[in-house]
Design a protein. Structure first.
Length: 189
């Protein structure tokens, strides 16, 4: 399995592929930020959506948000935001994995110990899917919500946020290293 994943990544770190996936991923993200999330937020009365709470939430908050959203807001969440957010995690996981691998490869650092850094974005995507399943469960179960199910979903939200943040921090460090390498090459040449 480990060899298969490495081989799959190595076969797909061509610049054009990585760029196209990166652009597609961020177009979907911008769509969520500008269209689907604001649509749901218009029903929330200023309360934050589950997806936007990196430190998680308590069962009382979840119940209050779902009540505040009302039937129309819960439907908007379920049928407008969630479908887009079922596309985004795989795009994020794949494109940021390949972007990190591409940059590390260009730095001649795509070795075993660094390769595993490339697996953090797909892991964040996995937790995003688990979070989405929990949110779907809450939306369709309302008003019969289990405190345990809410807490598990909040746990997935926290881990998605944590892994996404770590992935972005690693990407920034790798981009800085890549930029420094390019500057040094330019000055040497």
């Amino acid at each position: 399995m480990n060899f298969y994943i490495k081989e799959l990544v190595y076969r797909n770190i061509e610049g054009k592929k990585v760029l196209i996936l990166f652009i597609l991923t961020n177009l979907v993200y911008v769509f969520m930020l500008l269209v689907s999330i604001p649509k749901v937020l218009s029903f929330s009365g200023g309360m934050k959506l589950f997806d936007l709470m990196p430190t998680g939430y308590e069962p009382e908050y979840a119940r209050a948000l779902l009540e505040k959203l009302g039937a129309a807001g819960r439907n908007a969440y379920l049928f407008n935001q969630i479908p887009v957010d079922l596309i985004y995690p795989s795009l994020f996981g794949i494109s940021y994995c390949l972007l990190l691998a591409y940059l590390l490869n260009r730095l001649n650092s795509l070795k075993a110990e660094y390769f595993y850094l490339c697996l953090l974005p797909p892991l964040a995507g996995l937790f995003d899917y688990l979070e989405n399943l929990g949110i779907i469960n809450m939306l369709v179960s309302y008003p019969h919500l289990s405190a345990a199910a809410i807490q598990i979903t909040a746990f997935f939200t926290v881990f998605k946020s944590l892994l996404s943040t770590i992935s972005f921090c690693i990407l920034i460090v790798v981009l800085v290293m890549f930029g420094v390498k390019k500057l040094l090459q330019k000055n040497d040449g």
